[in-house]
Design a protein around this ligand. Structure first.
Ligand code: SF4
Length: 418
């Protein structure tokens, strides 16, 4: 896979990478077009269009009636609805979803009329700013649903959500989409004294407002820089499984779901004939046998340990070091061994011991390089500057890159087990 060469990043694009690098690759690097759209996304688009029209009219001094706003919603729905809109589950029909959209528009309109609390400055406005990351210049851009001015001169960044769950205040304090827009707003209007970030969860008639400190906005910029660096260095775009996979439009391409999805759509006989199914079934049956044998071996070891104790007692009682059997003999010996503290068993003692030896000439004789720790520190960028360069060059010169496949069998849960 080629690296991502883009210079423009939106909050949703950065979020996509954070939630799943593979989805990011499908959407932004491979630029795969997907016809299907989830009903949730379609509903959001229709509600957004109705609000866009509403506020555009208000900006032009016209106060549209609720019926006009609903008409925009209906038109958007009629123009955009097709069999490419995917409804998950069979509990709610397209009509249910449409009714829900109408209710969202209606409830919002009733709660905010006569729309005199603020002055809309822009709707669906593109905002952005430049950011330098590791010597390269990037543009951070996005579209603000609505930007308004309160009577006291506060800029308000509004975002309309039709999601079916209401996040907590703490969730939104961590969200970076609107803070990114705030950075852009403050660059565009440097005299803005106060900026409020407001998410409207229209299904619940609830708004969540957040205000950021300059330090928090600096942290948002630092996080953007971190994500852009990670994107630029990524060649693998490893899929990241999460609850979001249920909504992912690339499931039939994703290495985690491609085969299971295809197999689930087959008739039982065709499924059994599938090459992958056959191999996975053989693998699973060997896995099961290994598990049974491991249990048998454990049981045998327990029996042998018990017998060993009896044998040792017998040898001791008779002063023997060899006990003869009919097909061989058992040697009974005793030796002294040492148990050192380890990271998992008594870390404190291990650290004390290390501290004792570290400043002595003994240390170079008894300590060893921990390659695992070196690689882990390198991957997590634990060091910076000359130290990081040294580690990089050492890895480049001495560490061989290999690709190893790991196979792990996971038994599928039956519905009643879930
Ligand atoms: S299905 Fe999940 S893991 Fe696969 S690309 Fe989509 S979000 Fe990523």
């Amino acid at each position: 896979v080629d690296q991502d060469t883009s210079v423009r990043f939106s909050p949703s694009r950065l979020d996509t990478y954070r939630s799943c690098p593979r989805k990011y690759r499908f959407r932004y690097v491979d630029k795969l077009k997907v016809d299907a759209q989830s009903m949730e996304a379609f509903l959001g688009t229709c509600v957004h269009s109705a609000f866009e029209r509403l506020y555009e009219d208000l900006m032009h001094g016209r106060k549209p009636k609720l019926a006009d706003v609903l008409e925009t919603f209906e038109k958007e729905w009629a123009d955009g609805f097709s069999d490419k809109i995917v409804i998950r589950g069979d509990r709610y029909s397209a009509k249910d979803w449409k009714d829900l959209g109408r209710q969202c528009v209606e409830a919002y309109y009733e709660a905010h009329k006569p729309f005199e609390r603020d002055k809309t400055v822009a709707v669906e406005r593109q905002v952005g700013f430049d950011l330098e990351v590791e010597g390269h210049h990037y543009q951070i851009q996005g579209y603000v649903d609505r930007l308004s001015l309160a009577p006291d001169g506060t800029f308000e960044v509004h975002d309309y959500k039709t999601s079916g769950s209401l996040p907590t205040q703490a969730d939104k304090e961590k969200d970076w989409q609107l803070p990114i827009y705030e950075i852009a707003v403050r660059r565009a209007w440097p005299d803005a004294a106060k900026v409020k970030l407001i998410w409207h969860f229209v299904r619940f008639g609830k708004s969540i407002t957040v205000e950021k400190t300059p330090e928090q906005l600096d942290e948002v910029k630092a996080e953007i820089a971190r994500v852009i660096s990670a994107i630029k260095a990524d060649h693998e775009f490893v899929p990241k499984k999460s609850a979001l996979c249920d909504w992912c439009e690339y499931r039939d391409l994703c290495p985690l779901f491609k085969h299971p999805e295809r197999i689930a759509a087959l008739a039982p006989e065709a499924r059994r004939q599938d090459e992958g199914v056959k191999l996975a079934d053989q693998y699973a049956s060997l896995e099961l046998r290994k598990k049974q044998l491991r249990e048998q071996i454990k049981q045998l070891e327990r029996e042998q340990d018990g017998l060993g104790e009896e044998l040792a007692k017998f040898a001791e009682a008779w002063g023997l070091q060899v006990v003869a059997g009919s097909e061989g003999e058992v040697a009974v010996s005793e030796k002294e061994d040492y148990k050192f503290p380890t990271k998992t068993h008594d870390l404190e003692k291990l650290e004390e011991l290390e501290a004792l030896l570290k400043d002595t000439p003994l240390w170079k004789d008894v300590s060893r390089l921990d390659g695992h720790l070196l690689m882990e520190g390198y991957k997590k960028k634990k060091w910076a500057g000359a130290l990081l360069e040294l580690v990089e060059s050492a890895i480049g010169r001495y560490v061989r890159r290999i690709k190893e496949k790991t196979l792990r069998f996971r038994r599928r849960k039956e519905p009643e087990e879930e």
